[in-house]
Design a protein around this ligand. Structure first.
Ligand code: GDP
Ligand code: MN
Length: 402
C-alpha cells in the first residue's frame, strides 16, 4: 500500500525525522488560513498524488508571497496532474500540502528497502538528490552507495559511518554527520516497526542553516503486515487505487490489472504467472493477473468473473485451474453458475487438470454454455487467443483504435 507525501511526513515526525512545518488542505480558503498560521518567508504548495515527478510536471509551486498561496492552491486543486510516473491518464489532485519553504544547500537521496540479493534491509544513498535514482544509477552508478543492515543485530553505528563516508559528508558538511546518522537510525526504526517495503526521502536536504530536513517522502507498506498497523490503514486513499483491485481485495482475490485483452482466472500465483507467459507466447496480452487462491470456491469464481467482465478491455476469458486442494468439479459448478448469473457473451476457455478434472470437464461440456473445455495448457492458450481474434472487428484486428 502506498500513502501520500503528507502522511509519510506525519510518520517521519513521529519517528524523529525532521520535516518542514506543513499541513494538507482541500480548499484555497484552508490554504490561506494555514499560510497565515505558518507565517514563513517562503511557502511551498505541493500536489498530493501517489506519484513522483511532480516537480517537473508543475505540481510543486514555490512563492515568497503569502497572498499567492491560495491562488497556487486553487491552480492545483482539482487539476489532473500528468507526471512520468502517473501514465498518460494522470491523477486528480484532491489535496495540496502547504509547507514552509527550506533554503537548499545540497539535495541528497536516501532510501531503505529489502534487497533481494542480500536478503537484508538495505540503505541506498546518493549525493545526487532531487533526481530519479534510476537515472543516477544508469548514468553514474558510482554515485549510488548501498549499506546492508543485518536484521538480527539491527542498525549499528558503523552502518551510519559507512554511509556518511560513502556520501563524502565529512568533507561536504561536517556539522550534519551526526544528525545524519541519527536520522538513518530513525528511518530504519520506521521501516522495521511499520513493516514498510520502502522508505524514500528524495530530496533529503542540507539546508543553508546546515541542518537536515526531509523535503519529500514516500513510504510503501507490505500489505501482509497491514493488519498489525491500524494507524497506517487509516492512511489508505481509495481514490488512488484501481477500483477493480479494491473489489478483488474485498473477495480476498489477488488481482492486478494489466493492459491486455485476455482475462485470466487461475488458482495459485505461480500458475497465474505461467498462464500469463503462455498467453504471451500464443500471441496475445493478459488483461490481468488473477489468483483466486488454492481454496477457490463457487463464490470466488463468480466474484472473479464479475471483476474480469467489468474490465471493458477484456475480449476473451481463460480459466486455468489445477485441482490440488480445490476439486475441479466445484470449479465447474462455479463457472456454470457464474456464467448463467452474469450472462457471458465473450469466448471462454476452461482448462482443468488434477483432482476430479474429468468430472469437471463433463459438467462444463453438458452445461449447454458456450465454454470451450481443454486439458492441455498450450492448446488452451492458443485456442482462447484464436477465439478472441475472431471476435474483433477487421479494424480492431488491424490494430486501428476505434
Ligand atoms: P517530486 O518531484 O514529486 O519528487 O516532488 P519533490 O517533493 O521531490 O519536489 C521536487 C523539487 O522541488 C525538489 O527536488 C526541490 O528542488 C523543490 N522543492 C521542494 N520543496 C522545496 C522547498 O521547500 N524549497 C525549495 N527551494 N525547493 C523545494
Ligand atoms: Mn521527490
Amino acid at each position: 500500500m502506498n500513502i501520500h507525501e503528507f502522511q509519510a511526513k506525519q510518520l517521519f515526525a513521529q519517528f524523529g525525522i525532521p520535516v518542514p512545518r506543513g499541513k494538507a488542505v482541500k480548499t484555497p480558503r484552508a490554504a490561506e488560513k494555514w499560510a497565515a498560521a505558518l507565517d514563513a518567508s517562503v511557502y511551498v504548495v505541493k500536489a498530493q498524488i501517489h506519484a513522483g515527478g511532480r516537480g517537473k510536471a508543475g505540481g510543486v509551486k514555490i512563492t515568497r508571497e503569502r497572498d499567492e498561496v491560495p491562488s497556487l492552491a486553487q491552480e492545483l486543486l482539482g487539476k489532473v496532474l500528468v507526471t512520468h510516473q502517473t501514465g498518460p491518464k494522470g491523477r486528480k489532485v484532491r489535496r495540496v500540502l502547504i509547507e514552509e519553504g527550506a533554503g537548499i544547500d545540497k539535495e541528497l537521496y536516501l532510501s531503505v528497502l529489502v534487497d533481494r540479493k542480500t536478503g537484508c534491509p538495505t540503505f541506498i544513498a546518493s549525493t545526487e538528490g532531487g533526481m530519479e535514482i534510476e537515472e543516477v544509477a544508469e548514468t553514474t552508478p558510482e554515485k549510488v552507495i548501498r549499506e546492508a543492515i543485518d536484521p538480527a543485530v539491527g542498525f549499528q553505528g558503523h552502518n551510519g559511518r559507512n554511509l556518511a563516508v560513502g556520501l563524502g559528508l565529512f568533507a561536504l558538511e561536517k556539522a550534519v554527520v551526526n544528525p545524519f546518522i541519527r536520522l538513518l537510525e530513525n528511518v530504519y526504526r520506521l521501516f522495521m516497526e511499520k513493516n514498510a517495503a520502502l522508505v524514500e526521502i528524495n530530496p533529503l536536504v542540507i539546508t543553508t542553516e546546515k541542518t537536515l530536513i526531509a523535503l519529500d517522502g514516500k513510504v510503501s507498506f507490505d500489505d501482509n503486515g497491514l493488519m498489525r498497523h491500524p494507524d497506517v490503514q487509516t492512511f489508505r486513499d481509495l481514490h488512488e487505487e484501481e477500483p477493480l483491485e479494491i473489489e478483488a481485495g474485498e473477495h480476498n482475490l489477488n488481482y492486478v490489472k494489466l493492459d491486455g485483452d485476455i482475462g485470466c482466472m487461475v488458482n495459485g500465483a505461480g500458475l497465474a504467472m505461467a498462464t500469463m507467459d503462455v498467453i504471451k507466447l500464443a500471441g496475445a496480452e493478459p488483461a490481468n493477473f488473477l489468483d483466486v487462491g488454492g481454496g477457490a470456491t463457487k463464490e470466488t469464481v463468480a466474484a472473479g468473473f464479475r471483476i474480469l467482465l467489468k474490465d471493458k478491455k477484456v475480449k476473451g476469458i481463460f480459466i486455468n485451474v489445477f485441482g490440488g486442494i480445490v476439486r475441479c468439479e466445484r470449479i465447474a459448478y462455479g463457472v456454470i453458475d457464474a456464467a448463467k448469473e452474469v450472462g457471458i457473451t465473450l469466448p471462454v476457455v476452461v482448462r482443468l487438470q488434477g483432482t476430479n478434472a474429468e468430472e469437471g470437464r463433463t459438467l462444463l461440456t453438458d452445461s449447454g454454455l458456450h465454454v470451450d473445455v481443454a486439458t492441455d495448457l498450450w492448446e488452451a492458450a492458443q485456442k482462447i487467443v484464436a477465439m478472441k481474434r475472431n471476435t474483433l472487428s477487421p479494424r480492431e484486428r488491424a490494430g486501428v483504435k476505434e
